[in-house]
Design a protein around this ligand. Sequence first.
Ligand code: SFD
Ligand code: AMP
Length: 614
Amino acid sequence: MGLFTSRKTVFVDSDILVIGGGFGGCGAAYESRYWGRDKKIVIVEKANIERSGAVAQGLYAINCYMGMQWGENQPEDHVRYARNDLMGLVREDLGYDIARHVDATVHMFEEWGLPIMKDEETGRYKREGKWQIMIHGESYKPIIAEAACKAATKVYNRIMVTHLLMDETRPNRVAGAVGFSVRDGNFYVFRSKAVIVTAGGASHIFKPHSVGEGMGRTWYAPWSSASAYALPIQVGAKMTQMENRIVLTRFKDGYGPVGAYFLHLKTYTENAYGDDYEATWYDSIKQLVGDYVDHQPVPTCLRNHAFLEEIKAGRGPIRMVTKEAFKDPHKETVGWENFLGMTIGQAVVWASQNIDPKETNPELIMSEPYVMGSHATCSGAWASGPEDYAPSDYQWGYNRMMTVDGLFGAGDTIGGTAHKFSSGSFTEGRIAGKAAVRYVNDLGSDQPRVDETELDGLKTMVYQPMENYAIGRNEIVAGTVSPSYLLPLHGLQRLEKIMDEYVGGTSTNYLTNEPMLTRGLELLTMLKEDLPHLGADSLHELMRAWELQHRVLTSECVTQHTLFREETRWPGYYYRADHPRLDDTDWHCFTLSRYDAESGEWAMEKAPVHHIID
Ligand code: SFD
Ligand code: AMP
């Protein structure tokens, strides 16, 4: 009996359990209530739902809005856009499903009090770009969370979910989840008929540009810790496109997003000598990817590629030309407000580095890679598609259900659907919530049961890092170095170094190959061997320990996928140096993986890409 196994266990029963109260989770809770008035709907959130997730700091744009009421775009147009941007590979059924419902979501946001900017002449929402509309979004998250809190039976804040539970009577069926309270340390057992995972994407998989005291400043939120992937992976759910990690053009040091600048302020980039460089790389990109270079808009990864090549040619840094646009007082205001409402760190960096964009063109840089499913990238779980639209290959039951029965997902969790962003993630949560209610109704009396002995084992495992620390702390040899445990931060730095050096991070210019990936996997296996020896001196550190566990498993999945896809599909995101070209003959397909927790083996396969829209 360990020191900490006497912790209280709290049981919570529900019909629908939503893990993660971000954009997908809020949408899932909202819509579950609409279709399931009598249902017990529980949200469990690692932080506090009012300010949790990627939108904690606010946003300045909603990047996915069709504008169907004004005939601006149709759902089919958005599918074509996302498909072009992802070099041909998206789940068109899932993307179409989001696009046809996303406008209704945005209209609800406005009803709930979100200020959306209007074009004074037309009365329509003010467009930043073809798909993006501008908002005063500092309070975007609290507004959306309020609706979810009203819909849910109960929200459990400050509880980190560590594992999913499986049904003891039927294999491959979910039965709930376990976690611990970061505040009082209680062990929580959530028994549920259906589970919707909406736990966000992953930063800090690869070593960020910001290290040491600055490591909290990354583009994607540092608290996006890969639970969205690790939880389904642990129970054998199939994952897709995990190699499709995203690298983003960002303002240097503050990671400020560039969309509002390019699209609304009409700023542009130039190299260190004041030259436009993108067009000069056209021929060499064409050799790598063929006609994909002619897509409009030019795919995000190819824009990245031109940027990286220009730097490698010695003509960096690349700068955003802001001096002209900022002469216009309206544009200057928008330029600053964009960051004050979304990425305040960028405004602070400029102030601290004496950069006034009216006088100085600020530097841009390529970020480290992130793993997510909602931006110009589509890593995530392999999900069943909409009944009325998905080809039979993509349909095995309920919309947005993974390959595990009763396990649903939305937002960054679900793969194959790029460019959904905040509004699309909420919309996908709504779709998953509606389907989960139907799944629960169809269950009837055939309900999942949890194995009590499994719970005991999980409880011991969850608190083991505190046990390790309590026992090993007296052996500390210098400061924080102990022969018998590994601190979560040390484990994280080791993970980031492996991924950075072997799997295509910034220090190799995003380049990798089979020998590097194979060695990376060996080192990840060694890291996994050490994880049972993590030490945590507090509940906060215990959360860090489990975040690391989730990041490591996700990283292994990313590495396996990167090894499997023998081509360079997205130059600018990463390069397989041993397969430097896009190869539509062999790789115009999705990559799928399935992890077997007992053997530790990964099974890889290809799945067809069905083009439904011309
Ligand atoms: O400019 C657990 N995003 C943007 N979307 C837009 O619409 N417009 C923009 O302007 C966007 N930009 C942007 C964006 C994000 C960030 C960080 C910046 C700028 C600086 C993207 C959206 O934010 C994103 O698409 C959605 O938020 C994705 O939704 P979702 O639900 O998949 O993830 P989430 O919102 O992060 O929520 C996850 C929740 O899960 C919790 N959680 N809870 C319990 N147990 C665990 N183990 C958990 N692990 C995680 C989290 O706390 C969180 O609440 S721009 O760059 O394009
Ligand atoms: P970002 O601020 O880079 O996260 O991008 C916000 C939105 O603008 C996303 O929908 C991007 O795909 C889009 N975007 C950013 N830069 C460009 C660009 N140069 N051309 C076209 N779309 C862009």
